[in-house]
Design a protein around this ligand. Structure first.
Ligand code: ZN
Length: 341
């Protein structure tokens, strides 16, 4: 089968290290395995971190490696024990493959299971024609849908959903919430906050086209920076969901929050160096949010099926995987880049 293979790490030209090749297609190994014919695979900032050789989870991935942890497609083949989906069904792939037996999973938290397999991270991913996953990690989709539109939910949407759910829990009708970064995650985060909370939603992005997209998707207003928003708009925010997570956005966010406010961190590119006095005297909460649970992915999928949340997909042929990654790095993708084999 055709796949985009990462052969070495680089922080310069991605086309030098990500090559389209013919590789062995995955096969059924266990009775609950499923082979998915990929319809679309989302391109994530984590893919860029992997390309750069940053350790993800247990360390740098062994090379060569097939990226792609945001996958959707059609069931191609099923193991002997699979009973909940059939060949030809459209499915969305939950990113983690777990047994269901770890104590943390008994609490519903598949996103914290140690040593799990994650296709695209520590197993072959979906920048390919076929992917091996497992029955308990697929979400059946309606028969009339295009799985390409659902692929970004597997990580971008799920991470946005969990973070915005936690932020929404503290939001009241008179409150304001900021979403920092209207990219693959943030364009969904804006809409999720509008569904889950009664607050006024303010989108923050330095890119004018991203701010326009946020408004089109229901954000009440938008600004280029947190500072501009605080200066111009209606008091301080009670919650901020930071999808960028850089030193600069975190510092701006913490200084912007209302008394008792909550900062929800999703982006992982920065460090926190804050005066404890600020946290204490304003009773701030700084929280993290990691991807999401299978149950959260089901809820989010229902919202998209019901057309209450729209996924903005920028389609690229699989052959142009390197270009999609390069465009993501340069900030020129609007919504989520998705590769189509
Ligand atoms: Zn990701």
């Amino acid at each position: 089968m055709k796949a985009a293979c990462l052969h070495s790490f680089t922080d310069s030209d991605i086309a030098d290290v990500v090559k389209i090749e013919d590789v062995d297609a995955p096969v059924i190994e266990a009775p609950n395995d499923i082979i998915v014919r990929i319809a679309g695979a989302g391109v994530c900032r984590t893919d860029l971190h992997i390309v750069e050789g940053q350790p993800i989870g247990d360390g740098p991935v062994p090379l060569p490696h097939v990226l792609g942890h945001e996958n959707a497609g059609f069931v191609e083949e099923v193991g002997a024990n699979v009973s909940t989906v059939r060949v030809g069904d459209p499915v969305l792939c939950y990113p983690f493959l777990t047994s269901g037996l770890a104590p943390v999973e008994r609490r519903g938290l598949e996103n914290f299971v140690g040593g799990r397999a994650t296709p695209g991270i520590n197993a072959a991913g979906g920048f390919a024609e076929f992917l091996r996953t497992a029955e308990r990690s697929v979400v059946p989709l309606p028969s009339n849908c295009d799985p390409v539109d659902f692929a970004p939910l597997a990580d971008a949407g799920l991470a946005a959903f969990r973070a915005c759910s936690q932020a929404a829990a503290v939001l009241r009708p008179s409150d304001t919430a900021y979403v920092i970064g209207v990219g693959g995650l943030g364009h969904l985060g804006v809409q999720i906050l509008k569904v889950l909370s009664p607050a006024t939603v303010v989108a923050i992005d330095t890119r004018a086209d991203a701010r326009e997209l946020a408004i089109r998707l229901g954000s009440d207003t938008s600004f280029a920076t947190v500072g501009e928003a605080v200066a111009a708009f209606n008091g301080r925010p009670q919650a901020i969901v930071d999808f960028v997570g850089s030193n600069a956005t975190v510092e701006a966010a913490v200084n912007a929050l209302e008394v008792g406010g909550r900062l929800e961190l999703v982006g992982v590119d920065g460090r926190i160096d804050l005066p404890t006095r600020l946290i204490v005297e304003s009773e701030l909460t700084v929280a993290g949010s990691l991807v999401g649970t299978f149950a959260e992915l089901l809820e989010l999928t229902e919202l998209v099926v019901a057309d209450r949340i729209k996924v903005i997909v920028d389609r690229y042929p699989l052959d142009e995987a390197a270009r999609a990654l390069t465009d993501l790095r340069s900030g020129s993708v609007l919504g989520r880049a998705v590769l189509l084999p």
